[in-house]
Design a protein around this ligand. Structure first.
Ligand SMILES: C[S@@+](CC[C@H](N)C(=O)[O-])C[C@H]1O[C@@H](n2cnc3c(N)ncnc32)[C@H](O)[C@@H]1O
Length: 424
């Protein structure tokens, strides 16, 4: 069951104002990017004014950093003596800011036959079950936004039919092959689910919402779930249930707040890099995933150090997401890939320079991780700030909006649910 935490408009305002103030006050702790020598030096300079915090961070081993980083309760405990905002969080926000490690979600009571859930990866299946369990009574018509293969829609249609409620579910998705695969599953399992292949950012996307009672979006990225929110408000859709993710994936260079109140009152302007911080929470993915993540960070850092050295610059050169196959290749292959994207003197041609850069990267790795840990102390606050911007926009559009967590953080760090009902 979802656990509603913020419900009245007053709660939402109060929580957002506190977050805005706390994030603005602590901006030097989190709005600094340390993935370069210059970044590390700037952060050390800033931390010199907080020697107790600097000393505590310097004492941490790599294993301790990893452990604290993967656990919001330990993160809050570690930073509480040094960052007053962590101790002073409004009680209303506490459960959302620091999910209780001891609280393990029991699986929602929702009998689903195994054949219906075949092919849905374990964590995703549990997320969907919790998401459906957090919905109010079945809606006459539901629209699943950015549906992929429509697993959520299929399980919802089945669940509603089990309760003898006549409902229809439409799943909207951009990729034709996902629609085709989803339609085949709906047909095989004889559920009342239809697919519409549609770019939800296109001008005619509002048509999707005509006659729809309930809009649903599970982990639709930034601009995509924002589009559902604005279109639903225009069309007067009665209910929305949205679990947002990837707040940084939208077209604007700087974040444009949705709510008029946030636009008028915020003390901050957020860049795309800032928004990425909100989704940097990792839940442990096992030893292999951890090893590959460490390898990737070291390679990126070695490449950045090479860029700094060979171009006589301190500028940070970000690289895009790594193609998966490169993770099982070697550093030399990584360099070839990076050089195609960002021309620089060729590191791939010099095995000696590669060894040297990797050694330097290894030495800096722990300092980077410690600096990131401090930034991560603010990541949930930033995520809630963004979620509240969406909820406040909905209240300005005539909705009652609630914020809750629909599943435990360990099942997905993107466990926040915005539920909104149009006031009659
Ligand atoms: C992160 S997945 C989420 C899928 C599903 N809701 C889930 O939780 O597993 C995002 C989906 O959005 C779809 N998508 C991306 N851009 C889109 C667009 N402009 N219009 C419609 N769907 C889009 C992608 O193809 C992908 O299937």
């Amino acid at each position: 069951m979802s656990n509603i935490v913020l419900s009245s408009q007053q709660d939402l305002h109060h929580a957002w104002r506190w977050l805005d103030q706390s994030l603005a006050t602590g901006r030097k702790d989190w709005q600094s990017y340390s993935f370069s020598r210059a970044g590390i030096a700037a952060q050390q300079h800033h931390l010199a004014s907080q020697p107790a915090l600097q000393a505590a961070l310097t004492r941490l081993t790599e294993e301790e950093v990893e452990d604290i980083d993967a656990n919001p309760a330990k993160l809050a405990q570690f930073f509480a003596p040094y960052l007053p905002c962590i101790e002073q969080a409004p009680t209303l926000l506490a459960v959302l800011l620091v999910p209780d490690e001891a609280a393990v979600d029991s699986p929602p009571v929702m009998p689903l036959p195994f054949w219906l859930t075949n092919g849905i990866q374990g964590r995703k299946l549990e997320q969907i079950r919790h998401f459906i369990a957090a919905l109010p009574t079945p809606a006459r018509s539901s629209l699943e936004w950015c549906a992929g293969k429509g697993h959520l829609g299929r399980l919802l249609a089945f669940h509603n039919a089990q309760q003898n409620v006549v409902t229809s579910v439409v799943s909207a998705e951009l990729q034709a092959e996902l629609c085709t695969a989803g339609m085949a599953l709906a047909k095989r399992h004889d559920v009342n689910q239809r697919f519409v292949q549609q770019d939800v950012l296109a001008d005619d996307a509002h048509r999707l919402l005509q006659g729809v009672q309930q809009g649903l979006a599970l982990h639709a990225c930034g601009g995509l779930h924002q589009r559902l929110i604005t279109l639903a408000a225009q069309q007067g859709t009665a209910e929305l249930h949205i679990a947002p993710c990837c707040y940084h994936l939208h077209n604007a260079a700087c974040y444009q707040p949705m709510s008029a109140m946030v636009r008028a009152e915020s003390l901050m302007q957020l860049t795309r890099a800032d928004l990425k911080l909100a989704v940097q929470g990792q839940v442990t993915g096992g030893q292999r995933v951890g090893r590959l993540r460490r390898q990737e960070v070291t390679w990126r850092l070695a490449w950045q150090l090479w860029h700094e050295q060979s171009n006589q610059t301190t500028e940070y050169q970000p690289l895009p997401a790594l193609p998966k196959q490169l993770l099982s290749a070697d550093f030399s292959a990584f360099c070839v890939w990076a050089e195609q994207l960002k021309p620089t003197p060729r590191l791939s041609d010099s095995p000696t320079a590669q060894v040297e850069m990797l050694e330097q990267a290894e030495q800096l790795y722990l300092e980077i991780k410690r600096a990131d840990l401090l930034r991560h102390a603010y990541r949930r606050m930033l995520e809630l700030w963004l979620v509240l911007d969406r909820a406040l926009y909905l209240t300005e559009q005539g909705y009652e909006a609630h914020i809750s967590s629909f599943c435990h953080y360990q099942l997905t760090p993107r466990n926040i649910l915005i539920s909104a009902h149009l006031k009659t």
